[in-house]
Design a binder for this molecule. Structure first.
Ligand code: HEM
Length: 117
């Protein structure tokens, strides 16, 4: 399950970057396809992460659940920010603030996934 989770968020980030660059180039048709596949990956991230989270939360031997909840909030924020950045780029808007939030939450999510949990 961890492997599927890592694969899906990695693919989502790659597709997000490709869709972003295509929107930037003004190629609405191709970017839409990459955007749609990225959205499919978001669902896979939530499904795999949600399944692992459920297993951990129902495991009575796990005492400290706080970091798991924080990891979920961070992961959902990364997905939300990728979607916001793409939708804004589609309309021709670039907000530096959202990129700053994206990098902060993305790096924090990786830190939580690999170093804290
Ligand atoms: C783009 C968003 C996300 C990124 C970049 C991300 C990243 C990661 C990473 C790097 C790990 C550690 C994998 C490993 O042990 O090798 C992980 C594990 C995990 N993630 Fe995510 N994740 C994201 C979204 C989510 C979401 C939305 C949820 C919850 C619904 C979630 C729940 C979990 C859980 C429960 C684990 C297992 C922790 C463990 O077994 O140590 N993740 N994630």
């Amino acid at each position: 399950m961890t492997h599927a989770h890592v694969t899906s968020w990695f693919l989502a980030v790659v597709l997000f970057v490709i869709a972003y660059m295509l929107y930037k180039k003004g190629d609405q048709k191709k970017s839409k396809i990459f955007h749609m596949i990225a959205r499919l990956m978001y669902l896979l991230i939530i499904a795999t992460g949600g399944k692992m989270l459920f297993d951990y939360l129902t495991d009575p031997t796990i005492v400290n659940r706080g970091p798991l909840i924080i990891k979920m909030i961070l992961g959902l924020s990364v997905i939300g920010l990728m979607e916001i950045i793409l939708v804004q780029k589609k309309r021709g808007v670039t907000k530096l603030r959202n990129w700053a939030f994206f990098w902060i939450t993305f790096l924090l999510t990786l830190y939580y996934g690999w170093n804290v949990l």
